[in-house]
Write a protein that binds this ligand. Structure first.
Ligand code: SF4
Length: 323
């Protein structure tokens, strides 16, 4: 029997009122996504594609307009007491450690904050020391009385991660976890997330615009465009043999890519004006080059939306060329 996913989104839509008379913005527009126990899933896409809104929905910070989020098989409840206990089990790691740490709080207080909010019954000092140690700040006591400005960028990000670990979560949602760090410390933070998966069985959803980062850390990748997942699968499969023209374009501009760079023209369309047919068709190089026409799918590209992908571990591509 296939084990239940730890966290699952099914048919999730998140719609915001349109600005200044515009139609409602469909920030998340029908997403199925599962994250298994001990699995790292990278959610990848350009800025504005809806990945952060989806992550906030999975965290219980934004209720879905329709669809459902389940954790360990139980539907997520948006009542405050249930959410408080959920947020112990699913922790957010933000991208900018300088912004997420209060400059007037010591490392000890920053890490202890979650324990205090949740009324931790055990030994606070021991829990803080253990979290710092798991985040690679050792010996932990050396860091207790330091302030954020006395730490390096990598150490600050480790403090943020310790603040998440202190509540013994089962899943981390990490939003661009290394975007603000120097290249030299990025590898260390990614190695830390991998060791947390291997040693503690911790799951993670890593939200990033960077497919290269997904390659380094994820077991599985989900590529999102304009509110929907357009390609998903095991990271090696998707990144060595991308099938969706959008994934191909994102990969082609990575410095290590052997492919001819495909520069995506224009900005992604406004989520309040999602085009008919395939939502990527206005920027699709396969359509512009005539490839879709030669394959006999150009009309569908402009008029028929590809089917929504399932959220499970199998690979999937939402493109008429890859039926
Ligand atoms: Fe391009 Fe058509 Fe595939 Fe959309 S469905 S990505 S327009 S080929």
């Amino acid at each position: 029997m296939t084990p239940l996913p730890l966290l699952s989104a099914a048919g999730v839509h998140v719609t915001f009122p349109g600005r200044r008379g515009a139609p409602p913005a469909r920030a998340v527009d029908g997403v199925d996504l599962d994250i298994g126990a001990g699995e790292i899933v990278a959610l990848v896409g350009e800025s504005g594609c809806g990945k952060t809104t989806l992550a906030r929905t999975l965290l219980g910070l934004v209720p879905p307009t329709s669809g459902r989020v389940t954790f360990a098989g139980e539907p997520l409840s948006y009542r405050s007491r249930a959410l408080k206990s959920y947020r112990k089990r699913v922790q957010l790691v933000l991208q900018d450690p300088s912004g997420s740490l209060n400059p007037r709080h010591t490392v000890y207080d920053a890490v202890a904050e979650g324990l205090r909010i949740h009324g931790h019954p055990g030994d606070e000092r021991e829990a803080v020391a253990s979290a710092l140690s798991r985040a690679g700040l050792r010996p932990p006591e050396r860091f207790f009385l330091r302030y954020p400005h006395e730490l390096s960028g990598g150490q600050r990000q480790r403090v943020v991660i310790a603040g998440a670990l202190v509540l013994d979560p089962e899943l981390l949602v990490a939003d661009e976890p290394v975007a603000s760090l120097d290249a030299s410390v990025r590898g260390e933070i990614l190695a830390l997330l991998l060791s947390l998966r291997d040693e503690l069985g911790l799951s993670a959803l890593v939200v990033t615009h960077d497919l290269g980062l997904a390659w380094n850390i994820a077991d599985r990748v989900a590529v999102m465009y304009l509110g929907r997942i357009v390609e998903t699968g095991p990271v090696e499969e998707v990144l060595t043999s991308p099938q969706h023209p959008y994934t191909q374009a994102l990969l082609s501009v990575l410095p290590e890519s052997p492919a001819t760079p495909v520069v995506l023209t224009g900005e992604p369309p406004d989520p309040s004006r999602i085009p008919a047919g395939c939502r990527f068709h206005e920027r699709c190089q396969a359509l512009a080059s005539g490839e879709a026409d030669r394959a006999g799918v150009a009309e569908s590209c402009r008029g028929v939306a590809p089917a929504v992908l399932g959220g499970g571990v199998g690979a999937g591509v939402a493109c008429h060329l890859r039926r």
